[in-house]
Design a protein around this ligand. Structure first.
Ligand SMILES: Nc1nc2c(c(=O)[nH]1)N[C@H]1C(S)=C(S)[C@@H](COP(=O)(O)O)O[C@H]1N2
Ligand SMILES: [Mo]
Length: 411
């Protein structure tokens, strides 16, 4: 297909998504390669559940045309058989998981100098309740003997320009809490979020949750070039893109790794360029939203904090741009893989104040203050900065998310 046709198609698709989702605004990359629609403003982060109308969308190919739940998933490699979505939902129990979906490119726009691709601030995160069937039951049913380790590769049904959209996750994670999702927030999954079925990987970066799921393949290794019986490239999205690497370095494809936690991979001797698996600890204030002034006096500051499949252990709020901090209280729903609400009372005095939050996880890791420079590379970690990286992935620095709130005198 000619590029102009493709971009016209994409243009139409984005317009249709924006019409269905009044709570999001459009964000795209300059190469016109990604169809990405950004989550709503700060207010999204004052609520635990994100209405689907405000849930960001991220993919690069056109949405496949899918008729109904006769859509079939093929099981291959160490698995055998196929099943329609109707078969799956009839045969396996219905379960629900709460999941904070965060694009691995969230925070990319905070890298200085700029990296390629979509320039997100903090908008590409959302929490929804996904319903479907337990992946562990499905894998057991379609394998003779399910191994305890190895890799599960999920292939999307979206037609790639040069190859397939394929992602591999460790069997340990696949059989722990993943589901094949058919519903979200009590309704069938909308087309742009993966209708009729997607893989859902709780607490891991969005890229792992393959939409329009076409094939599940059990393998000894992660997907590498030539490892699938498909035309075109196989491993672009696992081995090249979505890996964290300093300027000018090209990640080497790896067949297998033992360390899955994204942050732990920075510290591992085994892995030079981490894969974006579980989400790094992160937080965003949702209210006040900085758009409207507030009245002096007691002001409720509220937001959300998440840590992938780790637990949020502490959230602090500063109203002076990070000079002084006070601990916020966590409240509301508490599900693995989903964000927590936090709140604190701020005794606001007239003037302009800079609000910012920072979270820590149960393994003692705290959001870094800033993103380093390209020259520092991963050395930035030693001075407590998030490493500037060429793909702009997995950034969780807190100062770039600071914002000003106008406080008016009491009446
Ligand atoms: N088949 C397929 N699945 C995909 C993608 C894609 O391009 N194709 N994009 C991934 C990325 S990068 C993200 S961040 C999430 C976003 O999910 P959402 O659009 O439902 O928010 O989908 C993931 N699943
Ligand atoms: Mo993404």
């Amino acid at each position: 297909m000619a590029t102009t046709d493709r971009s016209r198609e994409r243009r139409e698709e984005i317009e249709a998504i924006l019409e269905r989702k009044p709570g999001v605004r459009e964000v795209r990359d300059e190469a016109d390669r990604y169809t990405v629609v950004g989550a709503a403003g700060r207010g999204t982060y004052a609520n635990w559940l994100t209405p689907i109308e405000e849930h960001f969308v991220c993919h690069r190919n056109a949405i496949p045309e899918i008729a109904d739940d006769s859509w079939t998933i093929t099981f291959s490699g160490g698995l055998d058989g196929e099943a329609s979505v109707a078969d799956l939902t009839e045969r396996f129990p219905t379960v629900a998981v709460a999941h904070t979906m965060e694009c691995a490119g969230n925070g990319r726009g905070q890298h200085d100098p700029e990296t390629a691709s979509v320039q997100w601030g903090f908008e590409a995160a959302a929490t929804a309740v996904w319903t479907g069937v337990p992946l562990s039951s499905v894998l057991r049913a379609f394998s003779e003997e399910l191994p305890e380790s190895g890799w599960l590769t999920a292939i999307g049904g979206d037609p790639g320009e040069e190859g397939v959209f394929a992602r591999s996750i460790p069997v340990e994670k696949a059989t722990d809490d993943c589901i094949l999702a058919v519903g979200v927030n009590g309704r069938p999954i909308p087309a742009e979020h993966g209708y009729p079925v997607r893989l859902l990987v709780p607490g891991w970066y969005g890229v792992n949750s393959v939409k329009w799921l076409d094939e599940l393949r059990l393998m000894d290794s992660m997907v590498t070039e030539g490892s699938l019986d498909r035309p075109g490239r196989h491993a672009e999205w696992q081995q090249d893109e979505y890996r964290i690497h300093p300027a000018g370095e090209t990640p080497e494809p790896m067949e297998t790794i033992e360390t899955f936690d994204t942050w732990d991979q920075f510290e591992s001797d085994e892995i030079d360029h981490p894969y974006t698996f579980d989400e790094n600890v992160m937080s965003v204030i949702g209210a006040p939203d900085g758009e409207e002034p507030v009245r002096a006096g007691e002001v409720d500051v509220c937001g959300v904090a998440w840590a992938g499949d780790d637990t949020v252990e502490r959230v602090e709020v500063s109203t002076d741009g990070g000079e002084h901090w006070s601990e916020a209280e966590r409240f509301g729903p508490d599900y693995a893989g989903a964000w927590r609400l936090f709140r604190t009372t701020w005794d606001a005095t007239p003037g302009t104040h800079t609000l910012v939050s920072r979270a820590s996880d149960d393994r003692g890791r705290t959001q870094p203050a800033t993103i380093g420079t390209p020259e520092e590379g991963f050395g930035a970690l030693d001075s407590g900065r998030y490493p500037w990286n060429e793909g702009g992935y997995a950034a969780n620095a807190y100062l770039p998310n600071a914002f000003e709130v106008e406080v008016e005198p009491e009446r």
